[in-house]
Design a protein around this ligand. Structure first.
Ligand SMILES: NC(=O)c1ccc[n+]([C@@H]2O[C@H](COP(=O)([O-])OP(=O)(O)OC[C@H]3O[C@@H](n4cnc5c(N)ncnc54)[C@H](O)[C@@H]3O)[C@@H](O)[C@H]2O)c1
Ligand SMILES: CC(C)=CCC/C(C)=C/CC/C(C)=C/C=O
Length: 492
């Protein structure tokens, strides 16, 4: 896309946003339903694009890319009236007769930048919440999964409002241009290094960011567990999408491994319809360089032409090895021996806070201890990646693995401004008069008391407090009258 085209797309989205047409719920519902239609009517085109980009199977496209989106749209459609309703909150005594509530308003024009590994899900999932919250959205798919990027650019304008939701395609020059422009929020999914570039560009406009980054997600296996089941669940999570999953277990803290891979992909994974491919040559050679000098325990064979790298395991890995210094993002699983839980906790805490942490054990006390003594974006115990699929949980990182979170209502919140609203009436002026000059000891006491008291927001409580408010106001009226009388008869 030409630079002028990018500027026009963003300016067009802002002009369209200013018309106010995203505000009514009916409009948002219409767009969400259109998005739903886009997913169902184009199943095959979506599958073909993902097959070309990442050799994804039909099963994986359905389970990992599409089902989650359909669920998120249904949730947003069902909950939108609740999410957008004013949230009445507790108040202090000074405002007991007033309406006090939080109003969720759209942020404006937001930018969503996706990654290439789940190129449909990682663009559409945030888009659902951004539309639900009433924003205009500029969509930047990853150029690395080029077939999906092109498909999104073709399909989205056919279903959604063309001006409000433009798709900008391109690589680094186009993204650099895009990031010079002003947005009201940026949600970026990708690497920490590009995350820093995005944050720096956003800072120039004081634009808030949500950064969905990556890192090395550890997986600790305690000997008190069903090792057979543990290894199967870990292998599923590590090797799906050829290991290119942000929350895949990056390395194992343990010392043995039972091998379920033959069961998953047969004797020759290269011929298995369920096994994916590396996205491009650059990433294949990056992965091969991580294996240099290591004694591969399982797999390791590759085919550059086919972008194939076998499901690979490397046992007894030195924590200082290259494969332990960066996120692997491929079908390689290092196993680092640890002496026990204490050692594993120290290992985790000595590194950057990960996006996900996995613990396999039957020991409830140990589960609680590991959750209490470590930190990560999310944690799943006795399985991997499942927390991602629960829309009532916030999904995001901490520290180097990200800033902010989304999914379900959290996406709606990410793209909404919580506006503090107080609607006062002109009545009950005696209640307010205690804060007006001239200041007196008595007024100070009253104001302090009125400001301090905080009350719940239930209807019953509000009514009781209202009644109390009238009584206080009456008391203050008498008190004020008395004060005036007193000052008139006692001048000075
Ligand atoms: N937390 C999550 O939800 C999540 C999901 C998927 C991937 N990830 C992480 O993303 C990483 C892999 O994805 P990726 O390779 O697409 O990430 P990336 O950071 O290379 O690219 C992401 C986006 O940034 C843009 N970009 C790349 N270089 C740029 C530059 N110099 N200036 C401006 N923009 C630039 C790309 O066009 C792309 O849209 C991994 O670290 C993975 O863990 C995180
Ligand atoms: C429980 C099942 C079958 C699916 C879990 C869904 C899941 C873990 C999806 C991950 C998709 C994703 C966008 C990862 C980011 O890199």
């Amino acid at each position: 896309m030409e630079m002028k085209g990018i500027q026009q797309a963003v300016a067009g989205a802002r002009m369209a946003y200013r018309t106010g047409r995203t505000r009514p719920l009916a409009f948002r519902v219409k767009q969400l339903k259109a998005l739903q239609k886009m997913l169902t009517e184009n199943e095959d085109k979506i599958f073909q694009a993902l097959k070309k980009d990442l050799h994804k199977s039909q099963f994986d496209v359905a389970i990992f890319e599409v089902v989650g989106l359909q669920n998120e749209i249904t949730l947003a459609l069902n909950k939108l009236p609740d999410w957008t309703a004013p949230e009445f909150v507790s108040k202090n005594m000074l405002t007991i007769m007033d309406e006090v509530y939080i109003h969720r308003e759209p942020l404006g024009v937001v930018l969503i930048m996706g990654a290439w590994n789940y190129p449909l899900a990682l663009v559409i999932q945030p888009l659902i919440g951004a539309i639900a919250a009433g924003n205009a959205v500029v969509i930047k798919p990853s150029e690395v999964s080029e077939n999906m990027a092109q498909l999104l650019q073709k399909l989205l304008p056919q279903y959604l409002d063309k001006e409000l939701y433009p798709v900008v395609n391109g690589a680094v020059p186009e993204t650099t241009e895009l990031l010079k422009l002003q947005f009201d929020h940026i949600l970026f999914t990708g690497s920490s290094s590009v995350g820093k570039i995005v944050m720096e560009a956003a800072a120039k406009h004081l634009t808030p960011v949500t950064l969905e980054l990556g890192g090395k997600s550890p997986c600790y296996i305690n000997k008190n567990c069903n090792l057979d089941v543990a290894c199967r669940r870990i292998a599923w999570a590590r090797y799906v999408n050829c290991g290119q999953t942000c929350i895949a277990p990056d390395y194992i803290l343990f010392n043995i491994w039972l091998d379920p891979l033959q069961m998953f992909y047969g004797d020759d994974p290269q011929t298995s319809p369920d096994y994916g491919r590396i996205v491009n040559r650059h990433h294949l050679s990056r992965l091969l360089s991580l294996l240099e000098g290591l004694k591969v325990t399982h797999g390791g064979d590759y085919n550059t032409q086919q972008l194939y790298l076998a499901p690979t395991i490397v046992a007894n890995v030195d924590p200082n090895a290259k494969v332990m210094q960066e996120e692997i993002f491929g079908p390689v699983l290092p196993i680092v021996p640890v002496a026990g839980a204490e050692d594993a906790i120290n290992f985790i805490n000595n590194r950057d806070k990960p996006l996900a942490l996995y613990i396999f054990t039957n020991d409830k006390k140990l589960i609680n201890r590991m959750i209490a003594e470590t930190s990560s974006g999310g944690v799943t115990v006795n399985d991997c990646m499942i927390h991602y699929s629960i829309s009532s949980l916030p999904f995001g990182g901490i520290g180097k693995s990200g800033i902010g979170a989304y999914h379900g209502k959290f996406t709606f919140e990410t793209f909404s401004h919580r506006r503090a609203c107080v609607i006062k009436s002109f009545r009950m002026e005696s209640l307010n008069s205690v804060r007006y000059p001239p200041a007196t000891e008595s007024k100070l006491k009253w104001t302090r008391w009125l400001l301090m008291k905080s009350h719940g927001s239930s209807r019953m409580k509000q009514m009781m407090i209202g009644l109390l408010g009238v009584l206080i106001a009456m008391a203050l009226k008498v008190n004020n009258k008395y004060l005036h009388l007193y000052s008139a008869t006692h001048p000075g």
